[in-house]
Design a protein around this ligand. Sequence first.
Ligand code: PLP
Length: 370
Amino acid sequence: MTSEDTRPQRPVPRSGILDIAAYVPGKSKATGGAKLYKLSSNETPLGASPKAIAAHQAAGAALELYPDGAATALREAIGRAYGLSAERIVCGNGSDDLLHLISQAYVGPGDEAVYSEHGFVVYPISVRAAGGRPIAAPERNLTADVDALLAAVTPRTRIVFLANPNNPTGTYLPFDEVRRLHAGLPKSVLLVLDAAYAEYVRRNDYESGIELVATSDNVVMTRTFSKIHGLAGLRLGWLYGPDHVVDALNRIRGPFNVNAAALAAGIAAIEDRDHQQAAADHNDLWLPKVTAALEALGLTVTPSVGNFVLIGFPDLAGKRAAEADAHLLAAGIVLRRMESYGLPHTLRMTIGSAEANEATIAALTAFMKG
Ligand SMILES: *Cc1c(COP(=O)(O)O)cnc(C)c1O
């Protein structure tokens, strides 16, 4: 090395990578309490389908074999469940994998991708990882605002990400609003509809996006097995998109991006309609109960159509979100802090088992009255 060598003394990541704030997962440990209630990651209290668990165990008998890299049987099972062409489905190692692949395929240095202000944090992470610039559009009442999303689109925009319903707010856009968003986008912009919580929504004006994908060239819908199917630990997601997008993503994805146990469990899970229904029924019962109980304590609950609620705390000493979090942790209850979403006065609570919901309501009652 000569004295003129101005190269760094160690390898340096590409521009933008070190601007990424690493994803902060939900805590899985409380500070006290005999029993732990983890309500921090929108996991289902019903667990996985017993059929999925059996399929996963059976897959353990042949771990030396590579999985089917094309995920054919799983894509066909998803296609049967939703009436979709298996050719237009791509499976991923969680929908996170698919979101990263979409950003890698469509965003490069100098490009932008738009998402709503309190949208899922994986969108800006994946856009930065691809060298692009994430642009947050303001929301209205903690809900995505179509006019603001469209106003944020520039000639550099390559993707618009919309979680519908959104995490962490729990709010959703009726489908006529999603159509209006799509109609206002240039044909060159890819609209990504992340429908991770679609199975929980009970609204007549909601659609996950299947029809819009089928009838346009620039829309994809992503789905996950992590939420209603209870397979978060296996990492499995899928997307439905136009042929040309499916082709691009298949070129860059890992050739075996979904493992054999996830493929087997995913098929059993998608076919177990009764288990999905039981999880949806549980949520239908508890979402309104939890909402009403928290509102009765004087807390604000953003109207949610998902399996979680965003709880607003007063900005008053002794009653703040961070203090509530500490109080709950001491009782063995783990909710999600929302600082990384720019919502420091809130906590997000997953709808848990009857016992977990009741314990949380009791602990928050003591906190608010204390
Ligand atoms: C939980 C969640 C997902 C699912 O991610 P996986 O990688 O499939 O576990 C996707 N999008 C949103 C908005 C979520 O909240």
